[in-house]
Design a protein around this ligand. Structure first.
Ligand code: AMP
Ligand code: MG
Length: 331
């Protein structure tokens, strides 16, 4: 059965009844369910095909809800929440026993976030329950930044979708583990290391692994993510080098796709050129859209330009490295 687009009120009623519903946030679309119900949470894992050992982020609609989701909150975590909530920062803290066991994949900690998107906040406040919500894609696909992406992946498998237009940021939240000292950034996002350090002082950053990791700090790190169907490689070097790489692949009989910023749209002679706008915010917003577009383009290989790692650029390159399985060629 086709999944319906629903209003905030309908979505709230569905969530209260234990169903799973996709909704917009400022980062990407989330697939929500009642974080206190094991049966509801089981449906998230089933509809996404998400491995059961990859925990979910719990979303709250008000700071007052925090005490029903976590069992303790450090002074450091509190300062981060005061500075960045509502917004794209997920804080890992000891979990409250209220939460369904499966939300945290059996871990003693939980990731919690208060989103800033007006639809997400309105929905959470209408449901009056903490809502677990991973990205609303089939596991392994790029995260959805528009309602149509959710429908492409999950049509017929979820109870409803709230359409709130295109996500403003386009990349998942920054995740920071506050159960250790100093705190560790497990996943870079729109809230940058420099912004965090300006509030709480020095933090560590978890190493990005694209190989198989047996016991990573964040379980999500061990899964290959966001991979387009054609193998992608990041190219580091001059425009001339990029042109040469593309030309050699075409000479070898390959159909070549390239992913570049708008200003490099004419940098080389490729079969398919997809651009993700101009400037970091645009690249972040468009990246997953473009990765999805490549899946319907007829290409054998994809080459991506390498973007600056300043600010949100760190998150852009983190997702690109995952999408390319760590394949990089440098001049
Ligand atoms: P997603 O919901 O798809 O954005 O993925 C959530 C990310 O947060 C995954 O990489 C998880 O592994 C990570 N995460 C969620 N909860 C925890 C936790 N308690 N400890 C460590 N990482 C977590
Ligand atoms: Mg995800």
């Amino acid at each position: 059965m086709e999944t319906k687009f629903v209003s905030i009120e309908e979505a709230a009623a569905l969530l209260r009844a234990g169903a799973v519903v996709a909704f917009p946030t400022e980062t990407v679309y989330g697939l929500g369910a009642d974080a206190t119900s094991d049966a509801a949470i089981a449906q998230i894992f089933a509809s996404k095909g998400r491995p059961g050992d990859n925990p979910l982020i719990v979303h709250i609609g008000d700071l007052a809800w925090l005490s029903s989701v976590v069992s303790a909150c450090s002074d450091t975590a509190q300062r981060l929440m005061d500075a960045f909530w509502p917004g794209p920062l997920t804080v890992i803290l000891p979990k409250h026993e209220n939460l369904a066991e499966r939300v945290t994949a059996g871990l003693s900690t939980v990731g919690v976030r208060m989103p800033s998107h007006s639809v997400a906040l309105e929905l959470l406040r209408a449901v009056e329950l903490p809502i677990a919500a991973p990205s609303a894609n089939v596991s392994g696909r790029p995260s959805p930044t528009r309602a149509v992406h959710v429908a492409d992946d999950l049509d017929g498998r979820i109870a409803g979708i709230v359409d709130g237009g295109a996500a403003e940021i386009g990349l998942e939240s920054t995740v920071i583990d506050c159960t250790v000292e100093p705190p560790v950034i497990l996943r870079p996002g729109a809230v940058t290391r420099a912004e965090i350090e300006a509030v709480i002082g020095p933090v560590d950053v978890a190493e990005v692994r694209t190989d198989d990791v047996a016991a990573p700090k964040s379980p999500g790190m061990k899964y290959r993510h966001y991979a387009p169907k054609a193998p992608m490689t990041i190219v580091q070097g001059s425009e001339a080098f990029f042109r040469q790489v593309v030309a050699e692949a075409r000479c070898a009989g390959k159909r070549v796709g390239v992913l570049v910023a708008e200003e490099h749209a004419h940098c080389c002679d490729a079969d398919v050129v997809l651009t993700c706008g101009s400037g970091q915010a645009a690249v972040a917003r468009r990246l997953y859209d473009v990765l999805r577009e490549f899946d319907s383009a007829d290409v054998d290989v994809i080459y991506s330009e390498s973007f600056s790692e300043v600010g949100i650029g760190e998150a852009i390159m983190n997702r690109l490295r995952k999408a390319s399985g760590g394949r990089v060629i440098a001049e």
